[in-house]
Design a protein around this ligand. Structure first.
Ligand SMILES: NC(=O)c1ccc[n+]([C@@H]2O[C@H](COP(=O)([O-])OP(=O)(O)OC[C@H]3O[C@@H](n4cnc5c(N)ncnc54)[C@H](O)[C@@H]3O)[C@@H](O)[C@H]2O)c1
Length: 367
């Protein structure tokens, strides 16, 4: 699979391309006269290489570095977004410009948001450099920032023209971030395991954990990333604005956002993928407490998490998580659509009072 189109009612919303290296994006940029690059500081060499390579192309030189940003959840805010808008203005970026964001989910979320509000919206594309962004953040058009202590509280849904996904960039990704990203990969296959990818993903991730990411792993990894991207693309095409099916992609996220909010507030170092991993385990335990899940599901997942190096211990008491979850942006009148797991590849949404979910977890000693 080297290309996926995200389609809504037969209309193409966005495309996801897959390849080996960064330079492979160049043919997809050739049609744009003015490509401005925003990148995470950590991946500046990839952006510079792209600018140089574009200069050497026939009729090239259309890529310029706009700015690099230092990323953190605390810095995923309006100041950074307005900083990107300032640079766009200084660069005289017009409605014909394409903003290409190179980085992980923090970069793609912020750059996509900046491109969506600058001059009421210019086009943008993504070159995700983390596993998490490749399987999740860079697909589907959710862009935005954190506000006060709440995750992704301000933002818009607007689609990138395309996303270029390549495994070359993952070679420099710190191990911790690679492992954290695997939570979103496994999440996708818990939602849809039609290609039987869940078990393959666990065994490849276990190998990579032991051996480090080696070129020999990359073709299989790219295949799994593409399968996960295809699952997400299909769901987004059927429910772009999250009225129903797209909610399933939030598996583990109500808990994860509460964990991240508490962590952000208390300066505890937990990244998004790690919080999602913990959130999925809580979702599995809640599903068991509601007698929905196949017996032994949460134990099986916890074992898989350990095999892949994902965290299994929840760092905050449920009483503290409860009050944050009530303020989740998806909570309506104290109720939240919790995504529950029946078995691997089968999830469902159920609206529950936050307090009811918290009590069930507490009474079952699930946390
Ligand atoms: N828009 C969406 O649909 C969506 C979905 C999931 C997550 N998200 C958001 O994505 C964010 C998490 O994304 P993330 O995990 O990619 O985090 P991130 O962007 O912070 O990247 C993780 C770390 O890796 C570094 N890095 C990135 N690529 C690198 C590379 N190739 N080599 C070396 N270092 C590299 C970054 O500097 C950072 O320190 C969260 O803010 C989350 O809310 C959005």
């Amino acid at each position: 699979m080297d290309e996926i189109t995200i389609q809504e009612n037969g209309q193409t919303l966005s495309r996801v391309y897959f390849g080996r290296d960064v330079a492979g994006v160049l043919p997809h940029l050739a049609a744009f006269r003015n490509v401005l690059l925003v990148c995470d500081e950590e991946v500046l060499p990839y952006a510079n290489a792209l600018v140089d390579a574009s200069a050497g192309q026939p009729g090239g030189g259309n890529c310029r570095l706009l700015c690099s940003v230092r990323t953190s959840e605390a810095g995923k805010n309006m100041d950074t977004v307005l900083g990107i808008c300032c640079r766009l203005l200084e660069a005289d970026a017009d409605r014909d410009a394409l903003l290409l964001a190179i980085g992980g989910g923090i970069t793609t979320d912020m750059a996509g948001f900046a491109a969506s509000i600058y001059k009421r919206g210019i086009r943008f594309a993504f070159l995700p450099t983390t596993l998490l962004a490749q399987v999740d953040a860079a697909i589907g058009g959710k862009t935005g920032i954190n506000f006060l202590e709440y995750k992704n509280m301000i933002g818009v849904i607007r689609q990138p023209v395309f996303t270029w996904t390549c495994t070359e960039v993952l070679r420099t990704l710190p191990r911790r971030d690679f492992v954290a990203g695997s939570a979103e990969l496994l999440k996708t296959f818990l939602i849809d395991n039609a290609t039987d990818s869940y078990a393959d993903a666990v065994s490849l991730l276990a190998r990579i954990r032991q051996e480090g990411l080696q070129p020999v792993h990359e073709p299989q990894l790219l295949r799994l990333i593409a399968q996960a991207a295809a699952v997400k693309a299909g769901i987004v095409g059927r429910d772009q604005f999250e009225h129903g099916e797209r909610r399933l992609l939030n598996l583990g996220h109500t808990f994860a956002h509460a964990i991240e909010s508490l962590a952000l507030h208390r300066h505890v170092d937990i990244c998004h993928g790690e919080a999602v991993a913990m959130g999925i385990l809580l979702a599995a335990r809640l599903s068991e407490a509601l007698s929905l899940a196949e017996p032994g599901l949460s134990e099986r997942l916890a074992e898989d998490w350990k095999t892949c190096g994902l965290p299994v211990d929840i760092p905050f008491p449920i009483t503290e998580m409860r009050s944050v979850m009530t303020k989740d942006k998806k909570a309506e009148g104290g109720k939240v659509h919790f995504i529950l797991i029946r078995k691997i590849g089968a999830v469902c949404s159920r609206e529950l009072e936050v307090s009811q979910a918290a009590d069930l977890l507490a009474n079952n000693n699930a946390i």
